[in-house]
Design a protein around this ligand. Structure first.
Ligand SMILES: [Cu+2]
Length: 121
């Protein structure tokens, strides 16, 4: 009986350690990725552009990255004359280079309540 107890305690400790280690690794894992968010990138997620307002310097290429399950478009508010993406599906990207200073509104032509703003200055 004593030998079983002696074996059971280290085993329990090992199980607790094994359970706690992956949880710690999981907490530490995503943080560097969050910190490494690409500049000049607008993420489309949960039916919203994030950030909804992005300020960039003239000549900057802005990339939209659709992380949503739904297709969304990136359409300039002038009816898509300046830029209009196809409907990028999940993880698709669309880029446009803003050469001239100004304030550029855009929206999703599928979900018109989704709007964003690029400020070039
Ligand atoms: Cu949309």
């Amino acid at each position: 009986m004593i030998s079983i107890k002696r074996r059971a305690l280290p085993l329990a400790a090992a199980v607790m350690l094994a359970l706690s280690l992956p949880a710690y690794a999981g907490d530490a894992g995503p943080s560097p990725q969050v910190a490494a968010v690409q500049p000049n990138t607008v993420t489309i997620d949960n039916f919203a552009f994030a950030p909804s307002i992005l300020t960039v310097a003239p000549g900057t290429k802005v990339t939209w990255n659709n992380k949503d399950e739904e297709p969304h478009t990136v359409t300039s508010a002038d009816g898509g004359q300046m830029f209009k993406s196809p409907a990028p599906d999940t993880n698709d990207k669309f880029s446009f280079t803003f050469d001239k200073p100004g304030t550029y509104k855009y929206f999703c032509s599928i979900h018109s309540h989704m709007t964003g703003l690029i400020i070039v200055k």
